[in-house]
Design a binder for this molecule. Structure first.
Ligand SMILES: Nc1ncnc2c1ncn2[C@@H]1O[C@H](COP(=O)(O)OP(=O)(O)OP(=O)(O)O)[C@@H](O)[C@H]1O
Ligand SMILES: [Mg+2]
Length: 329
C-alpha cells in the first residue's frame, strides 16, 4: 500500500528585497528612502510524494527548488498554502520534526567549519540520541561507502568541496531519517565519487525504504536515481510524472563538444546542427530521432583528428520550452 508522506497544497512564497540603483549617491539616498521589491519565488505549488519514492526535483536557476526544500524542511515558512510532511507542519513543529528528516544543501555547509567532521557526527549522535553501537556501525558503513575514512579528522574548512559533500551527507543520514532532502548533493564530486554516492542513495532507499527528494543540475543523477521527476519553472510546476516520458518525448537532443587537432573542415552530418565553431572545436546539436549518437561519433573519429568529445544531455531549459510548446499547441 502506498503512503503519502509529503502533501503540499497551493504553496506560495515571496521574498521582499531591498533594492537600490548603483553608485554612492544612491547608496546615501537609500539610507533615507528604501525601495522594496517583491518577488514571488513560489506561485502555488501542489505535490504529493509517497513513502519510498526517489523523486528528482529539477528546473533552471532561480526556479524555486531550494525555496521549496527550505519550506519542506522547516527552515522557511511560506506565505500561503498547506504543507504536511510525515504528519507535521514542518516550520511549526521543528524540533520534533527534524528527528525524522535529513537535509543536505550542496551549496552550503552544515558542518562545523573549524571542527573535524567526526565532531559534527558525534554531536549529531547526542542530538538525535543514536545508541552508541548503532552510531558506530552506521558511521563505519557510510565512511566506507563514501570513502572518507582519511578525512574525517581534518578541520572541515580544509576539506575539498567533494569531501565536504560526502561528510555532510553522512551527518544528515546518521540518525536514519525516513525522509531525506538533497539539494544539489553531487556538486563538486568527481565521476567515481558520483557513482558511489548514487549507489549509496539507491541502497539506502532499498534497504530502509527511505524517501528522497533530490534537486540537481546533473541529468545523470536523475537518470540513475529517479523514476519520477517534478519540473519547476518560475515558481510553478510544469511537469510531474515518469522520467521515462521526459526522456522519450523531450530529451531528444544531445550536445557534443568536440575538440580537434587542427581546424575541422567539411563537417557535415545528417541530424546535426553546428551551434558554435571554434578554431579547433565544434559544438554540435544532435537530433536523436534522426541520428544515433554512436554514428555521429564514429563519423567524427573516422573523418577527423579528434582529441576530445564531451557529450551533454538536452538542457533543462530546452525541455521546459518543449513542454510549454506542447501545452500551447
Ligand atoms: N533570501 C532571498 N531573498 C530574496 N530573494 C531570494 C532569496 N532566496 C531566493 N530568492 C529568489 O527566489 C527565487 C528562487 O530561488 P531558489 O533559490 O529557490 O532557486 P533554485 O531553483 O534553487 O535555483 P538554483 O538552481 O540556482 O539553486 C530566485 O529568483 C531567487 O533570486
Ligand atoms: Mg537552489
Amino acid at each position: 500500500m502506498t503512503q503519502n508522506i509529503i502533501e503540499v497544497k497551493n504553496l506560495k512564497k515571496m521574498y521582499k528585497t531591498h533594492e537600490r540603483e548603483p553608485g554612492l549617491i544612491n547608496a546615501a539616498k537609500s539610507i533615507f528612502k528604501r525601495n522594496y521589491r517583491i518577488d514571488y519565488a513560489l506561485r502555488g505549488i501542489n505535490l504529493s510524494i509517497n513513502k519510498g519514492e526517489i523523486v528528482g526535483f529539477i528546473g533552471p536557476n532561480g526556479a524555486g527548488k531550494s525555496t521549496t526544500i527550505k519550506i519542506l524542511s522547516g527552515i522557511l515558512y511560506p506565505d500561503e498554502g498547506e504543507v504536511n510532511v510525515l504528519g507535521f507542519v514542518p516550520w511549526k513543529e521543528r524540533v520534533k520534526y527534524v528527528q525524522n528528516i535529513g537535509v543536505v544543501f550542496g551549496q552550503k555547509t552544515q558542518l562545523w567549519w573549524d571542527l573535524p567532521a567526526i565532531d559534527t557526527f558525534e554531536l549529531n549522535k547526542d542530538l538525535y540520541k543514536i545508541p552508541k553501537e548503532v552510531f558506530k556501525r552506521r558511521l563505519k558503513f557510510m565512511m566506507k561507502v563514501m570513502n572518507v575514512e582519511r578525512v574525517i579528522k581534518k578541520p572541515v574548512r580544509d576539506l575539498s568541496l567533494g569531501e565536504r559533500m560526502k561528510c555532510q551527507t553522512i551527518a544528515a543520514l546518521l540518525h536514519k531519517p525516513k525522509l531525506v532532502f538533497l539539494d544539489e548533493p553531487t556538486i563538486g564530486l568527481d565521476v567515481v565519487a558520483k557513482e558511489r554516492y548514487r549507489n549509496f542513495i539507491l541502497e539506502t532507499n532499498e534497504r530502509f525504504g527511505t524517501t528522497f527528494l533530490i534537486t540537481t543540475h546533473d541529468m545523470q543523477d536523475v537518470e540513475k536515481l529517479c523514476k519520477r521527476v517534478i519540473i519547476i519553472n518560475h515558481g510553478k510546476i510544469v511537469y510531474d510524472g515518469p522520467l521515462k516520458e521526459i526522456k522519450e518525448k523531450y530529451m531528444t537532443t544531445k550536445i557534443l563538444d568536440v575538440k580537434f587537432d587542427g581546424k575541422p573542415v567539411g563537417f557535415k552530418c545528417k541530424g546535426c546542427i553546428v551551434l558554435k565553431r571554434g578554431r579547433c572545436g565544434l559544438k554540435i546539436k544532435v537530433d536523436l530521432s534522426k541520428k544515433k549518437i554512436r554514428d555521429v561519433i564514429d563519423y567524427l573519429i573516422g573523418e577527423f583528428e579528434v582529441l576530445d568529445i564531451n557529450i551533454q544531455d538536452t538542457p533543462i531549459e530546452e525541455i521546459i520550452q518543449k513542454i510549454y510548446q506542447e501545452k500551447n499547441d
